[in-house]
Design a binder for this molecule. Structure first.
Ligand code: SF4
Length: 451
C-alpha cells in the first residue's frame, strides 16, 4: 500500500503507470528492510530490474521503501545498479525526484537517522507537528493513491511507526514514532477504495491496538464503528493487534461491529516468559491462552493467526518446547514461523546467547513441521461450518477467518446449489456463503449453500 501511495503521487505529478515493467522508462522498486530474508528479496528485485534496463530498454531503476530508508547512502554505494536510493523524506516530492533522474540529473542518497526523534515523545503532541512524510498529511482528505491491481481486497494504513521497543525489531528506528491517521482520513480512503471496487479493507499499521493514542478522544473501536457505515464496504479486517495491548472493549468491537470480521492477528512471537522478557515483550503462555479464551467466549468461530520467532538469543530447548506446547493448545488458524534475524541497530544484536544459523534453521524446521500439522487440524475443525467467502479468482476465495496469507478456500457447487447459481460464474468481489466440506492442509474446500 506504500506502493499505491507512491503511485498516487506519481500519477498526480503527471506520470503514467506502465502495465509491465518492460514497458516502463523508469522502474521504482519498493523494498522491505525488516529482516534478512526480506532484504535479500528486495536486492534480488533491484538486480532483476537492472537486468531489464540492459535487455529491454528500461532507462532508470530507482529504489524506495524501507530498505532504502534504513540504509540510504550505504545502499546506494553498494548497489551501483540503482540510479538513485530515495528515503521517506523524498516521498512528498517523488514526482519531481523521478523527473530529475529521468532527465539525467542525480538525487543524493540520504544518511539514515533514527526517526523516533522526529516527533515529540508525548503522543498527544504529535499531530500538532509537521506530518510524517511517509503518510498523507494529517487532515488531508483528498486520497493520494492509485490502485496497482484489481483485487477486491486492499490494505488501508491507519497509522505509521511504533513506540514499542521489541529487542529483535528495527522498524521503530526507520519508521519513527507512532502516528495515527485521523479517522476522517481513514474513512475517506475506505470510501475511495470502495469506489475502485474494493469489498474488503485490511487495516494495517505496525501496531493497530495503539490506534488513536495520539488523537485525543479517539479509540480503535470508534474507527471500526465509523468504517462500518461506509456504504459498499463489506469486510473490515483489523491486523497487527499487539497481544499485550488488546483490551476487552476492542475484542467486543471486533466481534460485535457490523462488517468487522471476527479475526484476530496476534503476533505472540513466543510463549516462554524468559524469551518474551528478553524480547522486551509481555505475557506468557498462560496469559495468551486466557486471551484466546476470552476471544472465543465471544465468538467461538473467530479466526486467529499469529507469528512466532524461533532461535532468539538465549532461547533454550525447554523454551522451544514451551512454545510448541502453547501452539498445540492454542488451536490457531494460521501461524507464521520466522527464524531469528540478527539486525544491526536492535537490542538483540548485542545480546549474549546468540545461536548459530544451523541451530536456528533446525528449530525453524521443527516448529514449521509442527504448525503445518496444527493448521491442518484446525482447518479440519472447520468442516461442517458455514463460512462467508470473498471470491478472489476462478472458484477461489477466502473465508472470513482467512487473512491474505492464511490459506484459501476452493469453492465447489454442491448438489443443493440452485441451477442458476451453478450456471453463473462467480467473479472477484462476490460474497457467498459456503459450507466447509474438506480441507487440504490449511486450505478449505467449501460448497456453495445459496442459489
Ligand atoms: S510492536 Fe511490532 S513494530 Fe513495534 S517494535 Fe515490536 S515488533 Fe517492531
Amino acid at each position: 500500500m506504500d506502493a499505491e501511495e507512491l503511485a498516487g503521487r506519481l500519477v498526480a505529478g503527471g506520470f503514467v503507470m506502465a502495465d509491465e515493467p518492460t514497458d516502463a522508462d523508469t522502474i521504482l522498486v519498493n523494498t522491505c528492510g525488516f529482516i534478512d530474508a526480506a532484504k535479500k528479496d528486495s536486492i534480488d528485485q533491484i538486480l532483476a530490474a537492472a537486468e531489464l534496463r540492459q535487455a529491454d530498454g528500461v532507462k532508470h531503476v530507482v529504489v524506495a521503501g524501507c530498505l532504502a530508508e534504513r540504509y540510504g547512502a550505504e545502499l546506494a554505494a553498494e548497489l551501483p545498479e540503482a540510479d538513485a536510493v530515495l528515503g521517506f523524506d523524498d516521498y512528498p516530492e517523488i514526482a519531481e525526484r523521478l523527473r530529475r533522474i529521468a532527465s539525467g540529473g542525480t538525487v543524493t542518497a540520504h544518511q539514515p537517522q533514527d526517526r523516533r526523534g522526529l516527533l515529540p515523545i508525548s503522543p498527544a503532541s504529535r499531530q500538532r507537528t509537521l506530518p510524517d512524510p511517509a503518510l498523507p498529511e494529517p487532515g488531508y482528505r483528498k486520497v493520494v493513491r492509485s490502485r496497482l491491481d484489481n483485487s477486491p481486497s486492499a490494505a488501508l494504513k491507519i497509522a505509521s511507526g511504533c513506540d514499542r521497543r521489541c529487542a529483535f525489531c528495527a522498524i521503530p528506528a526507520f519508521r519513527g514514532a507512532y502516528l495515527s491517521k485521523p479517522p476522517a482520513d481513514v474513512v475517506a480512503e475506505a470510501r475511495w477504495l470502495v469506489d475502485q471496487g474494493v469489498k474488503e479493507v485490511l487495516l494495517v499499521s505496525e501496531n493497530s491496538t495503539s490506534y488513536g493514542k495520539d488523537l485525543p478522544g479517539v479509540q480503535p473501536a470508534q474507527l471500526l464503528a465509523e468504517l462500518s457505515h461506509v456504504d459498499g464496504l463489506e469486510w473490515i479486517r483489523m491486523t497487527y493487534l499487539q497481544p499485550a495491548e488488546l483490551r476487552p472493549a476492542l475484542i467486543d468491537a471486533i466481534c460485535g461491529t457490523e462488517h468487522v470480521l471476527p479475526y484476530f492477528d496476534l503476533p505472540f512471537q513466543h510463549a516462554a516468559a524468559p524469551v518474551l522478557r528478553r524480547m522486551r515483550r509481555f505475557g506468557d503462555a498462560e496469559s495468551f491462552l486466557e486471551l484466546l479464551e476470552s476471544i472465543r467466549s465471544r465468538n467461538l468461530a473467530a479466526g486467529i493467526r499469529t507469528n512466532v520467532i524461533v532461535g532468539f538469543p538465549g532461547e533454550t530447548e525447554s523454551d522451544l518446547e514451551e512454545l510448541a506446547e502453547f501452539l498445540t493448545a492454542a488451536r490457531l488458524d494460521a501461524i507464521g514461523v520466522f527464524g531469528y534475524s540478527n539486525e544491526e541497530g536492535t537490542e538483540g544484536y548485542s545480546l549474549d546467547g546468540q545461536l548459530d544459523a544451523d541451530e536456528i534453521a533446525g528449530r525453524v524446521e521443527w516448529i514449521t513441521s509442527l504448525v503445518d500439522e496444527l493448521m491442518a487440524q484446525r482447518a479440519e475443525d472447520r468442516i461442517a461450518q458455514l463460512v462467508p467467502i470473498l471470491v478472489e479468482g476462478a472458484d477461489l476465495g477466502r473465508a472470513a477467518q482467512q487473512g491474505p496469507s492464511d490459506g484459501i478456500t476452493r469453492i465447489e457447487y454442491g448438489a443443493d446449489a440452485k441451477p442458476a447459481r451453478r450456471r453463473r460464474m462467480l467473479v472477484p468481489g462476490d460474497l457467498v456463503l459456503g459450507k466447509v466440506v474438506a480441507n487440504d492442509g490449511v486450505d478449505l474446500v467449501a460448497e456453495l449453500t445459496e442459489g
